[in-house]
Design a protein around this ligand. Structure first.
Ligand SMILES: NC(=O)c1ccc[n+]([C@@H]2O[C@H](COP(=O)([O-])OP(=O)(O)OC[C@H]3O[C@@H](n4cnc5c(N)ncnc54)[C@H](OP(=O)(O)O)[C@@H]3O)[C@@H](O)[C@H]2O)c1
Length: 259
């Protein structure tokens, strides 16, 4: 188990990111909480401060690489980020009226879920490599494992994040960088609420956060839960494409757009 003295978390204004912030908050710990909603970040920051952490917030969009790099640089004036968690995420898909996701929605998911993670890790990696240690957590999804008919952009963004994280770990693991690629299944959150369809083995938010928190403390390379759903999707990906397509067509869903 590693204790982290300085943790940067994107998507920390609610859901999994906020739950992780609360779990990492402790005396002697510095937190950088990133998301767009300043008021929500301030509320999470107050909870973390009450737990003894020193907290800085950065209200910005992770698509803005320069703004995120500047926030990280300001935070690192007091000491380096020891753990960076790329958790900010957005989702879309087939709308409740049955209209398929358009290109703009697909591109937006890639921009936030994949490029946003790169914008977090990119400025931190050189310092971590120079110091010979550092930890990175990338929150992907079980949707990384097989393209699903109603969430193509989301699947693409998470498959890209999964592949990027595995590549980073293979490249920089020997230099002392720990990369944890995290693939959760369904859990309760604002994002989860917008997903209209069966959510097999759905978990509560805190149960999911507990799994992710523990895995990051342990430095686990790949974290897939719930395991049965993870195996199912990976097996579907191994089927001949026609058979796999037929199987995933049994899982049609709708996704309410973000407000
Ligand atoms: N819920 C699930 O069932 C599920 C399953 C598998 C994986 N995941 C993944 O888990 C992660 C957390 O999801 P969640 O369920 O906790 O979702 P959530 O409750 O919707 O929270 C998403 C977080 O990301 C932030 N965010 C979104 N777009 C952003 C942007 N452009 N710039 C900066 N921050 C942005 C949001 O804050 P602002 O709106 O304030 O910016 C919020 O803090 C995501 O990566 C998601 O894909 C979720």
């Amino acid at each position: 188990m590693t204790a982290f003295g300085a943790v940067a978390i994107t998507g920390a204004s609610r859901g999994l990111g906020a739950a992780l912030a609360r779990r990492f908050a402790a005396p002697g710990v510095r937190l950088l909480l990133v998301a767009r909603s300043r008021a929500a970040l301030e509320a999470v920051a107050a909870e973390c401060t009450a737990r003894g952490a020193r907290v800085r917030i950065a209200a910005l969009d992770v698509r803005d690489a320069a703004a995120l790099a500047a926030a990280l640089a300001a935070f690192e004036v007091e000491g380096p980020v020891e753990l960076a968690i790329a958790n900010a995420g957005t989702s879309a898909g087939t709308s409740p009226d049955g209209a398929p996701e358009d290109t703009a929605a697909a591109a937006a998911q890639v921009a936030v879920n994949l490029l946003g993670a790169m914008h977090l890790v990119g400025p931190l990696l050189p310092g971590m490599r120079a110091r010979g240690h550092g930890a990175i957590g990338l929150v992907a999804s079980l949707a990384a494992f097989r393209g699903l008919p109603d969430t193509p952009g989301y699947c693409a963004s998470k498959a890209g994040l999964f592949a990027w994280g595995e590549a980073l770990r293979a490249a920089h693991g020997p230099e002392g960088i720990r990369v944890s690629v995290i693939c959760p299944g369904f859990f309760d959150s604002a994002m989860g609420d917008r997903y209209l369809g069966p959510k097999p083995l759905r978990m509560g938010l805190e149960a999911a956060a507990e799994r992710v928190h523990r895995a990051l403390l342990q430095g686990r390379a790949r974290v897939v839960f719930p395991a049965p759903l993870g195996w199912l999707l990976r097996l579907l990906a191994l089927l001949p494409p026609g058979l796999g397509d037929r199987a995933v067509r049994l899982m049609r869903v709708r996704v309410r757009p973000e407000a």
